[in-house]
Write a protein that binds this ligand. Structure first.
Ligand code: FAD
Length: 499
């Protein structure tokens, strides 16, 4: 296929989170380009995807979205990170929040000094991170210069988010067609000409964004792009999802973090929204059957279920290429890593950002640009896969077949190398476009009790007494700051009320 013709008309297939995020961004940033989205009410959207990553704030900002309006429209809450329960050992828990632990290398690295001090160290290492302590105490305040830097994200109702984006995109000029796509028509050069709907209409375009969900109508089905299967490292392939009443008969305040509890054959999520809690159990069918997994989910619920649990099936991995000819896939149509670190919406966003960069430049889209896009997307999926596998492979659990296998699996080379660098030299290797920075890697290593084999001699350069004093001062300052912050529920109520 030669260079792509100028892009004047873009057809987005699918109106879930991916489709409407794309339609809104394209309409907002490319005036003069026709953006038409087709979706099917009858098929509906996957409707899960309620915990996010801090990058979503960047998307919202670029789209000119007001935080309070957005939280009201989506029944959202603030998210400081994730609490991992029972991942290292039964009964043990730790947080991965979007904060920092001070300097990460050299003599002043707090993790190194904390380890060097051993039993003398003041408190748990997590107490050195502001948002971790905020999460532990259920407090929230926006970051500012005085309070130290940290990042945050949101929990929201995925169905309401798609509806909210739809309203904005339509108001900015996107077009919407309702109907079921029954055929993908092709151009003589192999590209896609249009999509035909059940009522006979055909929507033609220069560029197609496949946001059709797990079905991957264009990239997977019409173009036959093969799937790269990650299940030998990430064997989760099913999930039960179930909304329920908040704890204490609906009176329990929403926590400002997601909880991920490791179970016998998978893990359960708990996502607190304003009016309800989202629960789910992600599991590997080769380790636990559906009915047992369903019962384990029901045993985890905060309160009364508000619907019957719904079963979803998937295979972790991605399409070999994300962009082929004039079709770019975003969201579930392009691939899926399990939702442990809430990365799917982040991946939609970063694919969209790379695409927008090319489209906004106005330069013809040649095959080099397409190849560059694909290389970046493949690398990003592999790096995030490695970060997710990190949570499993460091487990000390041996109480079920899943955990025994996760502890002994052959790791991807890229992850094995990073683990080696950390274990042997205390080096936190981080690459571009990964999403997770060195602090995130450190939070998982620390939470899983995985430390370098030998203390770095450079740590001795800081007198022990001084290191102890700094760690104590930082822990106490963080505790004092958090004690002055409002409870998350009160802060949220203020935001929603516009005060
Ligand atoms: P969908 O929401 O499935 O949308 C597909 C769209 O295509 C729909 O509008 C549908 O009607 C349309 N469509 C399909 N076929 C046709 C057709 N023939 N004709 C016309 N229209 C059609 N992500 C996170 O970021 N955080 C999370 O916490 C999280 N948790 C998850 C938990 C689970 C169990 C799963 C499975 C996913 C989770 N995700 C999460 C991923 C997240 O749900 C998706 O990335 C997000 O919802 C985007 O979905 P989508 O828009 O790609 O697909």
């Amino acid at each position: 296929m030669s260079d792509l013709p100028a892009v004047r008309r873009i057809v987005v297939v699918g109106g879930g989170t991916a489709g409407w995020m794309a339609a809104l961004a394209l309409t907002t940033s490319l005036p003069g380009t026709v953006v038409e989205l087709v979706e099917s009410e009858e098929i509906g959207i996957v409707g899960v995807g309620e915990a996010t990553f801090p990058s979503i704030r960047h998307y919202n900002r670029l789209m000119g979205i007001d935080e309070a309006e957005f939280l009201r429209a989506t029944h959202g809450t603030y998210k400081l990170g994730i609490e991992f329960r029972d991942w290292r050992q039964l009964g043990q828990h730790y947080f991965h929040t979007f904060g920092d632990f001070g300097q990460l290398s050299g003599p002043y690295a707090l993790w190194g000094q904390h380890g060097r001090l051993g039993a003398e160290a003041p408190g748990d290492f997590g107490e050195q991170c502001l948002p971790t302590v905020m999460a532990m105490k259920g407090r929230f305040s926006l970051p500012d210069a005085g309070r130290g830097g940290f990042n945050y994200a949101y929990h929201f109702d995925a169905t309401l988010y798609a509806a909210y984006l739809r309203k904005l995109a339509l108001a900015r000029g996107a077009r919407r067609s309702e109907g079921r796509v029954v055929e993908v028509t092709r151009r003589p050069d192999g590209g896609v000409h249009g999509v035909r709907l059940a009522d006979g209409r055909e929507l033609a375009g220069d560029l197609f964004i496949d946001c059709s969900g797990f079905g991957s109508l264009l990239l997977g089905q019409a173009l036959g792009e093969p799937y790269v299967d990650f299940s030998r490292w990430l064997p989760m392939d099913r999930a039960w999802a179930c909304p329920c009443e908040r704890g204490e008969g609906g009176r329990a305040p929403p926590a400002p973090y997601t909880r991920a509890t490791a179970l016998e054959g998978g893990w359960a999520w708990r996502i607190p929204l304003q009016q309800r809690t989202g629960h789910g159990h992600v599991f590997a069918s080769r380790y636990i059957d559906e009915e047992r997994a369903r019962r384990q989910l029901l045993a985890q619920l905060d309160g009364k279920p508000l619907a019957e649990p719904r079963l979803l099936r998937f295979t972790t991995g991605h399409r070999a290429r994300f962009w082929v000819g004039n079709v770019v896939a975003l969201g579930l149509a392009s691939g899926f890593l399990e939702p442990l670190e809430s990365t799917s919406i982040f991946l939609i966003q970063s694919g969209l950002a790379r695409l927008m960069e090319l489209l906004k430049s106005g330069a013809p889209l040649d095959q080099d640009a397409v190849a560059g896009y694909n290389t970046g997307a493949v690398r990003q999926f592999a790096r995030i896969r490695d970060f997710i596998v990190l949570h499993y492979c460091l487990t000390g659990r041996r109480d079920s077949a899943l955990w025994r296998d996760m502890a002994s699996m052959a790791l991807p080379d890229t992850l094995a190398y990073r683990l080696h660098a950390w274990r042997e030299a205390g080096a936190l290797l981080v690459y571009d476009e990964e999403g997770f920075d060195a602090t995130s890697w450190l939070a998982i290593h620390a939470g899983m009790g995985h430390w370098p084999r030998q203390a770095d001699p450079v740590l001795q350069e800081w007198p022990r007494g001084e290191a102890l004093a700094v760690l104590r001062r930082r822990r106490d300052a963080i505790a004092a700051m958090v004690a002055r912050m409002p409870a998350h529920a009160d802060f949220l109520a203020g935001t929603l009320a516009g005060t």
